[in-house]
Design a binder for this molecule. Structure first.
Ligand SMILES: *[C@@H]1O[C@H](CO)[C@@H](O)[C@H](O)[C@H]1NC(C)=O
Length: 525
């Protein structure tokens, strides 16, 4: 039963990866780092000459450590899967990479589920599983290679150690505290700096609860912090070719100390509580309130995430991914609340209403998740376009396609460059691959530059009007989700497609979703 629940968490994440195989720009640093590690290896000359980050470094350097660790998991699996013909193409390997990350995060959540079962009982752990699987954001992102989802795994494992004890045991053992603080320190020093705030609050809570002396806690933080810093400095200085480089430290310096994060846009203090947490936690939130009322242990569990969210609200720039780590805390609280409600006497009105509330909350989660999943699938025009492009011209030997910025940011990843080197297929005869295509992502080229560059045979562009129709043929538009609108009397807006068939949204009254052509595949005449 216990294994079945772990499998359910993993299966949910797998379903999201398969349903939505393409990626966006936030994921591309790690995705491309893994691509390059698998394709070229890690010797100094390839890192300097062949890696993607050398040409497209991004706004800030990010750590390679997460990508390197994940590549170590992917490589042997890819090797074996290839022998059994389970992966055949580069896009297959992208999916495999994402599945491996999903597996790592699923293992972390399973650790937590087991701890929940031990401390709050089996019933609560069942609800923890149902709540987690029925949410949208967490399972959807478990297999997405943003740095936050790399940090999520060690952070969550640490959290599970903090509650992994019998119901009435007052404190975790010193060993558990040391493990928890160490892995979470690693997550914050190497992978995502904001996690250090969470670690700070957790350490403080350990101290205030009298679980460990401050001196000893500090010792753990310093030792784990130094080891982690040495790891990231050694590895990232090497990959980025700058000495010394500590990416997460640099990002604090840049974003917080110099206040540059505000350049990315700011939102009011209340945005996390009023917008992001409700969106991420969905109906865990009302259930968590029941959890808080019904069990004092839950109140203690929620102290740290509440402190963290309040504190990080002080930063003007806000993003949902800064608070994703707190969602498992709300899910534990929500699961406890749901179990408490279910356990009320069924003969009373209150008991029946309680069950109705739980069923209603979970059904709302499932419904919302189904709807959100169905539009998310159509939100990666670059990936759809490039996959379609590969399919359309599969017969051609020589293709030189220009991929514009929008396409590159919405899914046209290196893994989708199927017909050009490097081959990622490890064991197969590499000569089988068609190696003559060129996928060209050169930035800042206008339509006339592309037309003048006679080497370009095709283009994937968001701006087909700029290309003269005497020289280029529009082969196919790629549409993508645009917005929701209230249903109007017979379609008034022209140019958009509405509710493409087979989409779940057809069943929803009042709203309709609009699709717009975002990219076009062009062919030189
Ligand atoms: C990509 O296009 C640019 C601009 O036309 C050109 O300079 C470059 O050589 C092309 N890349 C490849 C690999 O051919």
């Amino acid at each position: 039963m216990s294994l079945l629940m772990d499998a359910a968490i993993f299966a949910t994440a797998v379903a999201h990866v398969i349903l939505t195989p393409y990626t966006k720009v936030e994921e591309s640093f790690n995705l491309h780092a893994i691509h390059d590690i698998l394709a070229f290896g890690v010797t100094p000359d390839v890192v300097k000459n062949n890696y993607d980050h050398v040409i497209f470094p991004g706004a800030l350097p990010r750590s390679f450590v997460g990508s390197l660790l994940l590549s170590c998991i992917v490589y042997p699996i890819a090797y074996v899967f290839e022998i059994f013909d389970l992966v055949k193409t580069k896009p297959d390997i992208q999916i495999l990479v994402r599945l491996c990350l999903a597996a790592v995060n699923a293992v972390a959540l399973s650790f937590l589920r087991r701890a929940v079962s031990k401390r709050y009982g089996f019933g609560t752990s069942v609800f923890f599983t149902i709540i987690t699987c029925s949410q949208f954001h967490l399972p959807f992102w478990m297999g997405r290679t943003i740095p936050n989802m790399f940090a999520f795994a060690p952070f969550t494992v640490g959290f599970s150690y903090m509650i992994n004890r019998m119901p009435h045991t007052k404190r975790p053992s010193p060993k558990e505290i040391i493990v928890a603080v160490s892995v979470q320190t690693f997550a914050s020093v190497v992978l995502r700096a904001e996690v250090s705030l969470l670690v700070g609050f957790l350490v403080f809570q350990c101290f205030l609860s009298g679980w460990m002396t401050l001196v000893r806690l500090m010792k753990v933080c310093v030792v784990a912090g130094l080891l982690s810093a040495m790891t990231t400095i050694a590895i990232d200085s090497y990959f980025w070719g700058q000495w010394p480089l500590w990416p997460e430290f640099y990002s604090i310096y840049f974003n917080v100390y110099e206040g540059k994060s505000a350049n990315w846009g700011t939102e009011p203090f209340s945005a996390y509580w009023l917008k992001y947490i409700p969106k991420l936690a969905m109906s865990s939130l009302p259930l968590a309130i029941v959890g808080i009322i019904s069990d004092s242990r839950i109140r203690r569990v929620l102290i740290v995430p509440v402190e963290y969210i309040t504190f990080i609200s002080l930063l003007g720039h806000k993003e949902w991914r800064f608070v994703i780590y707190t969602i498992p805390f709300f899910n534990v609280a929500g699961a406890r609340g749901a179990y408490w409600l279910i356990k009320q006497k069924k003969t009373t009105v209150f008991g029946r209403l309680s069950i109705l509330l739980v069923v209603g909350c979970l059904a709302a989660n499932v419904l919302l998740t189904a709807l959100m999943t169905s539009i998310s699938r159509d939100n990666y025009p670059g990936g759809t376009a490039l996959a379609r492009f590969n399919e359309l011209y599969t017969e051609l030997d020589h293709v030189h396609v220009h991929i514009d910025n929008l396409a590159a940011q919405t899914g046209a990843s290196l893994f989708l460059q199927e017909n050009s080197p490097p081959s990622l297929l490890i064991s197969k005869d590499k000569a089988l691959m068609k190696n003559s295509w060129i996928y060209n992502k050169t930035e800042h080229l206008s339509a006339s530059d592309i037309t003048a560059g006679k080497h370009f045979t095709h283009a994937i562009t968001e701006n087909p009007d700029a290309f003269s129709s005497s020289q280029w043929r529009r082969v196919e538009p790629i549409s993508s989700f645009e917005q929701f609108r209230w249903k109007q009397t017979p379609t008034t807006v022209s140019g958009d497609q509405i509710n493409p068939k087979g989409n779940l949204w057809e069943m929803v009254p009042m709203v309709e979703i609009h699709y717009e052509n975002k990219l076009w595949i062009l062919e030189r005449l």
